[in-house]
Design a protein around this ligand. Structure first.
Ligand code: KDG
Length: 356
């Protein structure tokens, strides 16, 4: 009996020592995220990521914009679809810089994502200027078809050479003209008006052709420039004019719809290349799905904007067919002026696709 008790106590002591050593060892070597989940069933805890990956996304527009709503959708899809492996952090209002600066940060790998208009992308690949030609797309459906088709994809893929992974086209939208001086109904009315444009040669040339005095400026500086009257006007989609409260500093809006402005949702190629194939697929799919959602929100909002701007005290000028044609005629040579820079082939390809 004595012998039996001695053996039993030895076994108990040994068991205690072994489990103590195991417990110490595990708490030292496990990553923090796994230590927090020791109560979970084995299956579940093996899915918990060892380390959270942060995806910072910067944009120029504010939190009310359809663009930001699209980013919230992207965040939901990526965080939900990765079981918490990714955390998507959103920065609006040019907090991380303007479109050009943020693209630079993507190239250096110091920022993961941004969503600029195509206009400033021309600094990386001039072919992108094809989408900035005046009066190009007759409606959004045609724009979707060209952008989401082979030509759009070819241009997205071209960004890899500049250290950027182009994921999807979202929508900024048709751009209209505002100013604080007078009602504009014809190119002649634009004479002498100092109009802020995006930093893009096609935009500058188009406004010069329309008779204005265009000046490029980053979006983050625009409101103050209008407030201080260092410029007379600017051009942006109605959603931006309303949601960024431009009506506080601008009186007149003319529905010129002179450019259709796409956004490109993009990621740092460096960050992309370090992802597993499975994570790349998740992000690519989420970028497209969030983009479809963003386009829908943008279009729904756009329909209400004319009335909102009138209610906010702006004079909204709708052009007759004939009046609008005068703006189209004024800019008719812009495409041929940029034929060499953009490339004759790509212009012809886009035009043919539009006509289909
Ligand atoms: O978030 C997008 C903005 O940074 C910018 O692209 C908005 O259309 C724009 C502009 O006029 O600069």
């Amino acid at each position: 009996m004595k012998k039996y008790l001695r053996v039993l106590s030895t076994v108990l002591i040994l068991t205690l020592v072994v489990s103590l050593v195991a417990a110490c060892g595990s708490s030292q070597s496990q990553p923090q995220s796994q230590q927090q989940n020791t109560n979970q069933p084995a299956e579940q805890s093996s899915q918990v990521p060892a380390e959270k990956k942060i995806i910072k996304v910067g944009i120029g527009l504010n939190e009310q914009s359809p663009q930001y709503q699209g980013l919230l959708k992207f965040k939901e899809l990526v965080e939900g679809g990765s079981n918490g492996k990714f955390e998507v952090q959103l920065y609006a209002n040019s907090q991380l810089g303007d479109d050009t600066k943020m693209m630079q940060s993507l190239r250096m790998g110091t920022l993961e994502m941004t969503c600029p208009s195509t206009a400033p992308i021309a600094g990386l690949n001039k072919q992108f200027m094809v989408f900035d030609l005046p009066f190009l797309f007759p409606n959004e459906q045609v724009a979707d078809r060209v952008l989401d088709g082979p030509i759009g994809q070819k241009l997205l893929d071209s960004l890899s050479a500049s250290g950027i992974k182009g994921l999807a086209y979202w929508e900024n939208g048709y751009r209209d003209l505002t100013n604080s001086v007078k009602e504009v109904k014809s190119p002649a009315d634009l004479k002498g008006l100092k109009i802020r444009t995006m930093e893009n040669p096609v935009h500058l040339a188009s406004f010069r052709a329309m008779g204005a005095n265009p000046t490029p400026m980053p979006f983050g500086e625009l409101f103050t420039a209008m407030q201080q009257k260092t410029i007379d006007g600017q051009e942006n989609p109605l959603t931006t004019i309303y949601l960024q409260k431009f009506y506080e500093v601008q009186k007149y809006v003319t529905l010129t719809h002179h450019f259709y402005s796409p956004f490109v949702f993009m990621m740092s190629q460096k960050f992309w290349d370090e992802l597993s194939k499975e994570d790349q697929d998740l992000i690519q799919k989420a970028a497209l799905e969030a983009g479809a959602y963003e386009r829908q929100v943008n279009r729904e909002q756009m329909a209400k904007m004319e009335q909102n701007l009138k209610d906010a005290g702006m004079v909204v000028t709708e052009l007759t067919e004939e009046q609008r044609q005068a703006f189209v005629d004024a800019t008719k040579d812009v495409a041929s002026q940029f034929e060499n820079e953009i490339g004759k082939d790509i212009i012809a390809e886009v035009m043919a696709e539009i006509q289909k």
